[in-house]
Design a protein around this ligand. Structure first.
Ligand SMILES: C[S@@+](CC[C@H](N)C(=O)[O-])C[C@H]1O[C@@H](n2cnc3c(N)ncnc32)[C@H](O)[C@@H]1O
Length: 213
C-alpha cells in the first residue's frame, strides 16, 4: 500500500519524456563514466535516475529521498532485481551519512527558472559532503531562457483576483483601501504555467547558461 500519494503525482514528472529521456540518454551515452562506479542519487523519488545509473553499469547506487517516495523506489528496485546494487535511504541529504564517498552524484534539482524549489542548494551540499575529489556531477550546467510576452486572458485573470480587495462590505468591513495594493501585488506575482510560442511579442530571447555545481 502507498502511504503517500506523492509518488502517484511523480508519474506526471516521469511521463515527461523530454525530461526523463534526456537523463537516461545522458547516463547511457556516458556509460564508461558509470561502469563499476559508486553513485549517489540526491532526491531519488521513484528511483528513476538510480535505475538509469544502474543500466549504465554503476556498481552501487545510494538513492536518497526525504519523502515517503522511498517506499516506492525500494519496491521498484526489488521488482527489477536491483536491490543488491541499490540502497534506498530515507532522509534529507543534509542530515544523512553514507559509509563511503561516491564517484558520481546524479540528481534532478531543477525547478522552474532553474532555481525555483531551492533544491540546487541540496545538490551542492551533497557534492561538498559526499563527492570524491575529481568526481562527476550529472548535471553540471543549467540554462535560463527569458522572453517578453503579453496575454490578455492571463492579465484579466490576475485582475479578477485583485477585484476581491475592492469589496467595501466584507462581513461589514471595508477592504477597498487595499484594492490598489492588491492589483500591484497580483500583477507582480510570478506565475508558473505554459504558453504558446505565438504569444511571444518579440521574437528574441535572452539565454543564460550557468555552472550549477
Ligand atoms: C523533482 S523530484 C525528482 C525525483 C526523481 N529524481 C526524478 O527525477 O523523477 C525531487 C525529489 O527530491 C526530494 N528532495 C528534495 N530536497 C531533498 C533533500 N534536501 N534531501 C533529500 N531529498 C530531497 C523530494 O522529496 C523529491 O522526491
Amino acid at each position: 500500500m502507498l502511504r503517500s500519494n506523492k509518488s502517484i503525482y511523480a508519474g506526471n514528472m516521469l511521463a515527461d519524456y523530454v525530461r526523463t529521456g534526456t537523463y537516461q540518454k545522458a547516463m547511457i551515452s556516458n556509460a564508461s563514466d558509470f561502469a563499476g562506479k559508486v553513485v549517489l542519487d540526491v532526491g531519488t523519488g521513484s528511483g528513476i535516475l538510480s535505475f538509469f545509473a544502474l543500466q549504465a553499469g554503476a556498481a552501487k547506487v545510494y538513492a536518497v529521498d526525504a519523502s515517503d517516495a522511498v517506499i516506492v523506489a525500494r519496491k521498484i528496485a526489488k521488482a527489477n532485481g536491483y536491490e543488491d546494487r541499490m540502497e534506498v535511504i530515507k532522509g534529507k541529504i543534509e542530515d544523512i551519512e553514507l559509509p563511503e564517498k561516491v564517484d558520481i552524484i546524479i540528481s534532478e534539482p531543477i525547478g522552474f527558472l532553474l532555481v525555483h524549489e531551492r533544491m540546487l542548494e541540496s545538490y551542492v551540499a551533497a557534492r561538498d559532503k559526499f563527492l570524491k575529489p575529481g568526481g562527476l556531477m550529472f548535471p553540471t550546467t543549467g540554462s535560463i531562457v527569458l522572453s517578453p510576452f503579453s496575454e490578455d486572458a492571463l492579465y484579466r485573470e490576475q485582475c479578477a483576483k485583485a477585484t476581491f480587495w475592492e469589496n467595501t462590505n466584507f462581513y461589514g468591513i471595508d477592504f477597498s483601501c487595499i484594492g490598489e495594493q492588491a492589483y500591484t501585488e497580483y500583477l507582480q506575482q510570478a506565475i508558473v504555467g505554459k504558453c504558446t510560442y505565438e504569444i511571444l511579442k518579440l521574437r528574441f530571447y535572452c539565454f543564460m547558461q550557468f555552472r550549477i555545481c
